[in-house]
Design a protein around this ligand. Structure first.
Ligand SMILES: Cc1cc2nc3c(=O)[nH]c(=O)nc-3n(C[C@H](O)[C@H](O)[C@H](O)COP(=O)(O)OP(=O)(O)OC[C@H]3O[C@@H](n4cnc5c(N)ncnc54)[C@H](O)[C@@H]3O)c2cc1C
Length: 385
C-alpha cells in the first residue's frame, strides 16, 4: 500500500533521486521516492559510468566532483550490493596542437584547484596504454578518475535508502503537485495522493514537466547520446578515456557538438567496451541512428585502431539533461516554498550523484550545505525565482 504522507517526497528513481533518498534516510528523514517506471529506467540506465574529475569546470564544479569521488569510496564499502566502482585513473587524449594548448591551460587550472592531474607525452601515453594510436599527441592523466556501473549504483543507493527506512515506489507516476498559495500541500500519483510539504524534483530530462505542475519553467532540455557496445574482448583499455574534443563539445551547444564531437570509452569488467557518444538535440527521441553510430565507431577506431576489427553487439541512446551553462540546477525554488531542484546534470550525473545526494540532504535537514549551491540556483537563468 502506498503511504499517505511523507516528510520528503522525491520524484525520480535515477542516480540523483536514489542518492538523495539514501543520504536523507541516513539522517532519519521519512522519505518516499516515486519512480514512474523502474529504477534507472531513464538516463541513468542508458549512459556510461565514467566518474571523471578532470573533465569538470575548474572551480565549484570540480569541487563537487572531488567531494563526490571521496563519497564513492565510502559507498563502495557501505552499499548492500556491489556497484562495480573501479578507481582506474583516466585519460583525456589529445589529437591536435590546438587541443594540446587548451589542455595545458585546463590542466594548470585543475591543478590549482587541488586535482592530481598531469600531462603525458606520446611515449608515456603509449607505455600506459599500448593499444592507443601512435598518432595521438599525448593526454592529460588523473589517477583519481574512476568508473562505476550506473544501474548498480542506483539500485545500491535505493536498497541502502530502504535499509534506513525510505520507501521506494516504482511504477508510480506523479500526475500533479497540489499547492496552496506559495506552499506545497500534496502530490497526486497514479497510486493515490501523498501529503507532503517538501518535494524534490530529481526527474532528469523530465524535471521541466514536473516543475510545470507547480507553474515553474526550468531550462533543461534532452541532449541525446548514442553508445555502441562491443563484444567482450581481452584488455584493450586499462583506463577510462575521453578525448579533448569531447570536452569541447560538452560545453558548446552548437552544431559542432553533434556527431563527431569526440569520444568516451570504457572497458567493463566483462570485457565489453562502451564506445560513445553523440551530443544531439533531437527532443525525446531515444532511438539510435546509423549516422550517429558510424560517427562514434569511426572516431573511436582512430583512437584505438584495433577496434576496426571487433564486433559491435548492441547500441542504445540516452538523454542528457542539458542546461545552458552545463551546470546542474540544485537547491530551493524561491517562488514555491518546499520545492527543491536536483536536476540538469548533463553528462556528469553519475560522477556527481553522491555529492548531490549529500548536499540536498544537508539543505533539507540543516538549511545549509558544505559547498555553496549559489552557482547552481535556478535564479541564475532568471527563472523560477
Ligand atoms: C550517452 C550518455 C553517456 C553518459 N555518460 C556519463 C558518464 O560517463 N558519467 C557521468 O557522470 N554521467 C554520464 N551521463 C549523464 C548521466 O547519465 C545523467 O546525468 C544522469 O543519469 C541523470 O540522472 P537523473 O537521476 O537526474 O535522471 P534519470 O536517470 O533520467 O532519472 C529521472 C527519473 O525520473 C523518472 N520520472 C520522470 N517523470 C516522472 C513522473 N512524472 N513520476 C515519477 N517518476 C518520473 C524517470 O522515469 C527517470 O527514471 C551520460 C549520459 C548519456 C545520455
Amino acid at each position: 500500500m502506498s503511504p499517505k504522507t511523507a516528510d520528503v517526497l522525491i520524484i525520480g528513481g535515477g542516480v540523483i533521486g536514489t542518492s538523495i533518498a539514501y543520504y536523507l534516510a541516513r539522517r532519519k528523514v521519512r522519505v518516499v521516492l516515486l519512480e514512474k517506471g523502474e529504477l534507472a529506467g531513464g538516463t541513468s540506465g542508458a549512459c556510461d559510468g565514467l566518474v571523471f574529475l578532470q573533465s569538470k569546470k575548474p572551480g565549484v564544479h570540480l569541487e563537487l566532483a572531488l567531494t563526490s569521488q571521496k563519497l564513492f569510496q565510502k559507498l563502495d564499502r557501505r552499499l548492500p550490493v556491489p556497484i562495480h566502482y573501479q578507481n582506474k585513473g583516466g585519460l583525456i587524449v589529445v589529437e591536435s596542437e590546438e587541443e594540446q594548448e587548451a589542455m595545458q591551460a585546463h590542466v594548470k587550472k585543475c591543478r590549482s584547484n587541488g586535482l592530481d592531474v598531469r600531462l603525458l607525452d606520446r611515449r608515456d601515453l603509449l607505455q600506459m596504454e599500448p593499444h592507443l594510436s601512435p598518432e595521438l599527441l599525448g593526454a592529460a592523466y588523473s589517477p583519481l578518475d574512476s568508473q562505476v556501473n550506473p544501474i548498480s549504483l542506483a539500485q545500491g543507493l535505493a536498497l541502502g535508502a530502504g535499509d534506513h527506512g525510505a520507501k521506494i515506489l516504482t511504477r508510480t507516476e506523479v500526475l500533479d503537485i497540489e499547492c496552496t498559495g506559495t506552499k506545497i500541500e500534496a502530490v497526486q500519483t497514479s497510486r493515490g495522493r501523498i501529503q507532503t510539504r517538501t518535494v524534490v524534483n530529481a526527474a532528469g530530462v523530465w524535471a521541466p514537466a514536473i516543475a510545470r505542475m507547480a507553474g515553474i519553467d526550468l531550462p533543461i532540455s534532452p541532449r541525446r547520446g548514442q553508445i555502441l557496445v562491443t563484444e567482450p574482448l581481452p584488455l584493450l583499455l586499462g583506463k577510462c578515456l575521453l578525448s579533448a574534443r569531447y570536452i569541447g563539445a560538452k560545453y558548446k551547444p552548437g552544431p559542432q557538438s553533434g556527431r563527431g564531437g569526440g569520444v568516451s570509452m570504457e572497458q567493463t569488467e566483462s570485457g565489453n567496451l562502451l564506445l560513445g557518444s553523440t551530443r544531439e538535440f533531437v527532443g525525446f527521441d531515444r532511438r539510435t541512428s546509423l549516422a550517429g553510430l558510424k560517427g562514434v565507431a569511426g572516431a573511436c577506431s582512430r583512437i584505438i585502431p584495433a577496434l576496426r576489427d571487433v564486433l559491435a553487439i548492441r547500441s542504445f541512446a540516452g538523454l542528457r539533461p542539458y542546461t545552458p551553462d552545463g551546470l546542474p540546477l540544485l537547491g530551493l525554488v524561491p517562488a514555491l516554498s518546499g520545492l527543491v531542484l536536483a536536476a540538469g546534470h548533463e553528462g556528469d550525473g553519475i560522477a556527481l550523484a553522491p555529492v548531490t545526494g549529500l548536499l540536498i540532504a544537508q539543505l533539507i535537514t540543516d538549511g545549509t550545505t558544505d559547498i555553496s549551491l549559489e552557482a547552481f540556483s535556478c535564479g541564475r537563468f532568471g527563472e523560477g525565482d
